[in-house]
Design a protein around this ligand. Structure first.
Ligand code: SF4
Length: 291
């Protein structure tokens, strides 16, 4: 089968694209996503949250290509046999493409690695809260933090919050996260929002990015993995389901944000960062103050 745009052999089907046109298709799709959701303004200083996996290497590469002045910020939670390997890939990637990056560890910031914290609500919750906190801290001075979340990731988050009945967290999702801009928070943006996991995997592979394709050993334990498997099964039988979920979600998102705009938000009495309670979740974890 040949590419729909030229006489070269197609490397992907539906629609058939050769390597060159598939790469172009993904890069244009990301640019259109940025324009459609107004993710980046002229002159924005952009930090990219990077883990060393396929999604973060892809978003870092495309934003660097489109905007030039981007900086990678990696968080090392201290997950042996996993994070050390992805960070090695990241180092190879950034050196190859001359992209500046920095690594910031839980050990240096919080005094211990992920596995040494008491677990409340699952290890992924602890990991996510502390990672977001440290990332936000290190991105001070930047206008936006771009993340590598793709359409599959967002679909899982939408379904997880629906299944948990958490409309407030649901309202915080979307291509630009958060409900209202707050002092002390750098806005997160998701340029890969409309790209599927399969598309990003193919793009990273065709670009020859140094990606190990390993999974965190804790990933299988999470609620997310059950939701991911369920969605993948439905998508296999009813192609287009994930896209439909996201487009429907985007239709109701403005109303959801409006509904929660007035939700009382305060600042943590311990660290001064935006919070929903007197102590923010990160301080509760670090101080072991969960009740
Ligand atoms: Fe952290 Fe869980 Fe992701 Fe592993 S799977 S990196 S523990 S959030």
């Amino acid at each position: 089968m040949n590419c729909v745009h030229c006489s070269s052999k197609a490397v992907v089907s539906s629609p058939p694209y050769c390597k060159e046109h598939f790469i172009l298709y993904i890069e244009e799709k990301v640019q259109r996503t940025i324009e459609r959701f107004r993710l980046i303004d002229a002159g924005d200083k952009i930090a990219v949250a990077v883990s060393g996996g396929k999604d973060s290497q892809t978003v870092l590469y495309i934003l660097h290509k489109l905007y030039g002045n981007v900086h990678g910020i990696a968080i090392d939670e201290g997950i042996p046999g996993y994070r050390d390997r992805t960070l090695k890939d990241l180092e190879t990637f950034c050196t190859t493409h001359s992209i500046p990056f920095g690594i910031h560890s839980f050990q240096n910031r919080f005094g211990k690695m992920l596995g040494s914290f008491p677990v409340h609500g699952g290890i992924c919750t602890t990991c996510g809260v502390l990672r977001r906190y440290l990332l936000n801290e290190r991105a001070a001075g930047y206008d936006k933090i771009a993340t590598g979340h793709n359409l599959d990731d967002e679909c899982q988050s939408v379904m997880m919050n629906l299944l948990k009945g958490n409309l407030f967290l649901l309202a915080k999702l979307g291509p630009k996260s958060g409900i209202v801009l707050r002092n002390g928070f750098t806005q997160r943006i998701k340029p890969l929002y409309l790209c599927t996991e399969k598309e990003i995997t193919t793009y990273a592979f065709l670009k020859g990015f140094p990606v190990d394709f390993i999974e965190c050993p804790n990933a299988a334990d999470g609620f997310r993995s059950s939701v991911r498997d369920g969605l993948n099964n439905i998508e296999m039988q009813h192609a287009g389901t994930k896209c439909n979920i996201i487009e429907t979600f985007l239709n109701i998102l403005p109303s959801l944000k409006e509904l929660h705009e007035g939700t009382r938000q305060i600042y943590c009495t311990h660290c001064g960062k935006p919070s929903m309670s007197e102590l923010c979740k990160a301080c509760m974890i670090v101080e072991d103050a969960y009740v």
